[in-house]
Design a protein around this ligand. Structure first.
Ligand SMILES: Nc1ncnc2c1ncn2[C@@H]1O[C@H](COP(=O)(O)OP(=O)(O)OP(=O)(O)O)[C@@H](O)[C@H]1O
Ligand SMILES: [Mg+2]
Length: 352
């Protein structure tokens, strides 16, 4: 077991695995937005879990409920109009939805950190990055301004910002997009959280920088043995860093699997469509497949399987019965651990 060295100025890697069981266990979560136009059912029974040292990628098109789920976990849902109507969000064995505001604030302030897509709007433009990083230590650990600045520089080093000491007094706009995102990662790491939720952390960056930032995040996650939830609409981005994937559609998880298995053998037509729409170098010149149609209107989710109007496999049963997430097995019934599909025709999809 790694011990925590509280005297070290850089957060020491810890052994988060000392907690037995999942760090975070989201169970049957439902979130709706009560708007003037009607009730938008944004999250409709999502369950997922993440352990220490594990990376869960949450994948899905725009509007599928990825961010709203994260907002519910962080307790930053826009209420009203957004309400959690059902479910549990269990963090280290405790349901956060049942915590007092004070307890909840404590957990999300120091145990769970979130990284957003847009660093520029998350950072304060009129304060230096060193000040903003240092604030974490001044406010939460009562360090002096000078001590906090030393910590800020160390964190900037940690996320590989060149010449950190010389740049600590620079303002957010003086950094490139990739460097700003590193600063966001540093902010998230500052209090040594158990879990980081990164919501499209690299979407605003160009492809090479995307890979660098993603690699850094993965490296730090391993080193600190944190849980990581990586929200993305880009399957390509998570292939190398995630352990498992949950694919969302219209506020439900339609498929879940260990990452490489999902790529090899998808068990839901939606996942299959997503995979076929990734550009591949070895298929240059071929026309890229796109899933036909648009994501559903959440005020009026289609009956049966929400994906049925866009699904090449859809049959009558898909228009009437909502498929539940069931375990996916080999043809002979052998268990495929960690795999599930919410498709009436999962067998044909994976084995067909
Ligand atoms: N503040 C809000 N008011 C009303 N409806 C909202 C609000 N925030 C989210 N929603 C609804 O919840 C749905 C899911 O939103 P969410 O932000 O979770 O999508 P997402 O999967 O993160 O998509 P993206 O990839 O675009 O970020 C939206 O389509 C919208 O209908
Ligand atoms: Mg989002």
């Amino acid at each position: 077991m790694t011990t925590i060295d509280k005297t070290a100025s850089v957060p020491a890697p810890r052994d988060g695995a000392t907690f037995d069981g999942p760090l975070l266990d989201v169970r049957d979560l439902h979130v709706e937005f009560r708007t003037r136009e009607g009730v938008a059912k944004a999250v409709n029974g999502v369950s997922y879990s993440v352990k220490a040292g594990e990376t869960l990628a949450v994948l899905g098109e725009s509007g599928s409920g990825k961010s709203v789920t994260a907002q519910a976990i962080m307790g930053i849902l826009d209420t009203p109009p957004g309400f959690v109507t059902k479910g549990e969000i269990v963090f280290r064995g405790q349901d956060m939805l049942k915590m007092s505001d004070e307890e909840h604030r404590k957990v999300r302030g120091s145990k769970i950190a979130m990284i957003f897509q847009d660093a520029l709007s998350s950072l304060n433009p009129v304060l230096s990055v060193g000040y903003q990083l240092g604030e974490m230590f001044r406010v939460h650990q009562g360090l002096s301004k000078k001590e906090a600045k030393v910590k800020a520089i160390e964190l900037m080093d940690r996320v590989k910002i060149p010449a950190a000491a010389a740049r600590v007094n620079d303002y957010p706009h003086q950094f490139s997009g990739g460097m700003r995102q590193r600063i966001m990662i540093a902010m998230a790491l500052a209090l040594e959280p158990d879990l980081i939720i990164a919501d499209e952390p690299t979407t605003a960056l160009d492809v090479t920088v995307q890979a660098q930032v993603m690699d850094l995040l993965a490296e730090l996650q391993r080193e600190y043995n944190m849980g990581l939830i990586l929200i993305t609409h880009d399957l390509g981005v998570v292939a190398d860093v995630a352990d498992k994937i949950a694919v969302m559609y219209a506020g439900r998880i339609v498929e879940q699997a260990p990452v490489h298995e999902l790529y090899k053998r998808p068990a839901h037509p939606y996942t299959k469509g997503l995979l076929e729409s990734i550009p591949r170098l070895d298929q240059k010149g071929q026309e890229l497949y796109a899933i036909k149609g648009l994501p559903p209107n959440l005020l009026k989710i289609p009956s049966g399987c929400a994906f049925n109007p866009r699904c090449p496999k859809a049959d009558d049963v898909c228009r009437t019965d909502i498929p539940v997430l069931v375990p996916v097995t080999e043809q002979d019934g052998t268990d495929l651990p960690g795999r599930g599909s919410a498709c009436h025709f999962w067998k044909e999809t994976i084995h067909g």
